[in-house]
Design a protein around this ligand. Sequence first.
Ligand code: HEC
Length: 128
Amino acid sequence: MRRQFIVLAISMVLFPVEIFSAEGNAAARKKIYKMNCSPCHGEEGKGDGVGARLLPVKPADHSDGNIMNNRSDKYLSKIISKGGSAVGRSTYMPAWGGLFSDQQIRDLIAHIRSLTRSLSHSSKGVDR
Ligand code: HEC
């Protein structure tokens, strides 16, 4: 019993990535967003993170359907992986391509879309 536990503990240390991606669900996406994006964009993506106050440019409000529903996945992928300057926006939006895999960037986009959707449902009923 105890030995099985030790083997499990060791494999969790050695293969955290596998365990993490097997999780590949909404909770895992939320966690990546919370740890890396929320400091500026806020926990619910409203652009009100603690760092937002220190920036001369307001971080985007990912929950605003009027803005986000006009953004293609391709554009979102570009600004997330290459940073604001890649799409002619502020360099205060950092580039994340070196830190996250393509799959994780897709997961982040899915998470951003879920932040927008929850608002659209309640305010306008738009579902895109
Ligand atoms: C250091 C603060 C900071 C962090 C951390 C940060 N961002 Fe940003 N982000 C910004 C700012 C500032 C803008 C607005 C740029 C502009 O309007 O010119 C922005 C804009 C964006 C946009 C564009 C939205 C639009 O209106 O088109 C997306 C998408 C985005 N960020 C996603 C992310 C994701 C995903 C993460 C985490 C992996 C993240 N950001 C982390 C500061 C940050």
